[in-house]
Design a binder for this molecule. Structure first.
Ligand code: HPA
Length: 247
């Protein structure tokens, strides 16, 4: 059985070409995940798919039940997770449509249930999170970006914000000073929950827009985000297809 799952974000609520073999809404001790867990075959490989914002893209980032989502994957036997995520580009190297494989995270979210180690503990537990993403999975993503002839940002710091509103230009300036190269709303606590359950986790980020105040500084529209994500997600699909073929 396959042990790889893809979590799809904005712009990727299903996997084109996936021959679905099973769709199951998994109940977890933390409630229900965003959507049924889809199992299927893509490019001859078994893979799981979960739509982070729900099948109809109705769950905003701060309302996602991250604990249920990651628990459901773990319960299904998943060992490796590729999280696809739309981001705003802070660094000059991340114009709309560009891909990035971040290697660090700064968490600006608040009030989200962000640990499995809270209740009924036999001892207090702290997971190591120095390097939040799995290097092996990152290397595979980078290799397949190169194989597809796509230039991608091969490192970078993902700044996770609370949303659902976009940031102010001053907040983005501060994030840039902090060292963030991209900004998104779903990277945390997803990544740390995967770490707590021992899942290997990496992110394939797609720049949907220049972050607030970046680029020519114009305001950000949903229409612009959707348009850029169309081409960006086509690139992600290419990378995922190649990656599955290599597994
Ligand atoms: N900010 C936060 N999250 C995002 C953005 C952004 O500009 N674009 C896509 N996801």
């Amino acid at each position: 059985m396959g042990d790889l799952a893809i979590i799809g974000g904005t712009g990727l609520t299903s996997l084109e070409g996936l021959e679905i073999t099973q769709r199951e809404l998994i109940h977890t001790p933390f409630g229900e995940p965003s959507a049924p867990l889809v199992q299927g075959v893509l490019n001859g490989r078994e893979v799981f798919f979960l739509a982070r914002h729900g099948d109809a893209h109705t769950i905003p980032p701060h309302r996602i039940n991250y604990r249920a989502n990651i628990w459901a994957l773990h319960q299904a036997g998943v060992k490796r997770v590729i999280a696809v995520a739309a981001v705003g580009g802070i660094d000059d190297t991340l114009p709309p449509g560009a891909l990035a494989i971040p290697d660090q995270i700064i968490d600006y979210t608040w009030g989200r249930p962000s640990s499995y180690f809270e209740d009924e503990l036999s001892e207090v537990t702290h997971v190591d999170f120095s390097y939040p993403y799995c290097d092996e999975l990152r290397a595979m993503l980078i290799e397949q970006c190169r194989a597809a002839g796509l230039s991608s940002c091969e490192t970078g710091t993902y700044g996770a914000t609370q949303g659902p509103r976009l940031e102010t230009a001053a907040e983005i300036e501060r994030m840039a000073r902090d060292g963030c190269t991209m900004v998104g709303m779903t990277g945390m606590p997803e990544a740390v929950l995967a770490r707590e359950l021992g899942l290997n986790y990496a992110c394939c980020a797609v720049s949907a827009n220049w972050a607030a105040g970046k680029g020519d500084g114009s305001i950000i529209s949903m229409a612009e985000i959707e348009e850029n994500l169309k081409s960006g997600m086509d690139r992600v699909r290419q990378v995922l297809t190649l990656l599955l073929a290599r597994l």
